[in-house]
Write a protein that binds this ligand. Structure first.
Ligand code: ZN
Length: 150
């Protein structure tokens, strides 16, 4: 049984990590999901990670998680992939398309409460939580990911 794992440096924090023969691996230090594709497209958000590589590096260098996306990257990942989530004030929220309403739903995953927006532009401009524009309180978001089980 030969080990096929390859040692490389994490694209974000430079720690030595192991990747498989497809170039995929996860950094134990910063949480970045290593990906040849995101390395080739460092300004494209949503390739195995929510933030694009260049923004992940910025986040990490500012002492924040490499997996935490800024609002623009988050909105772009919704546009490209459709289902994303974030954590704000210890509550998880999903952003997903609601087929029955034909609108974008901002779902409080704990309570099941939903708000609806006509499209992603409407969401990015007008989404509010607790009376604050989401774009204004995004700095307090503590994690971003593809939507996990709700
Ligand atoms: Zn790393």
């Amino acid at each position: 049984m030969s080990k096929e794992n390859i040692k490389v440096k994490c694209d974000v924090c430079n720690l030595v990590i192991e990747i498989d023969k497809w170039g995929n691996g996860e950094c134990k230090n910063c949480g970045w999901r290593q990906s040849e594709e995101s390395f080739q497209h460092p300004n494209v958000a949503g390739i195995r990670n929510i933030p694009c590589l260049n923004n992940a590096i910025k986040q990490y260098n500012n002492g924040k998680p490499a997996t935490l996306a800024n609002f623009d990257d988050f909105v772009n990942v919704y546009k490209n992939y459709g289902e994303v989530e974030f954590t704000l004030n210890h509550s998880r929220y999903g952003v997903l398309f609601d087929d029955s309403k034909n609108k974008i739903a901002l779902l409080n995953i704990q309570s099941g409460e939903k708000q609806f927006y006509n499209n992603i532009e409407d969401f990015s401009k007008n989404a509010k939580l607790n009376g604050f524009l989401l774009s204004d309180v995004w700095k307090d978001v503590t994690s971003t990911d593809f939507l996990q089980d709700t």
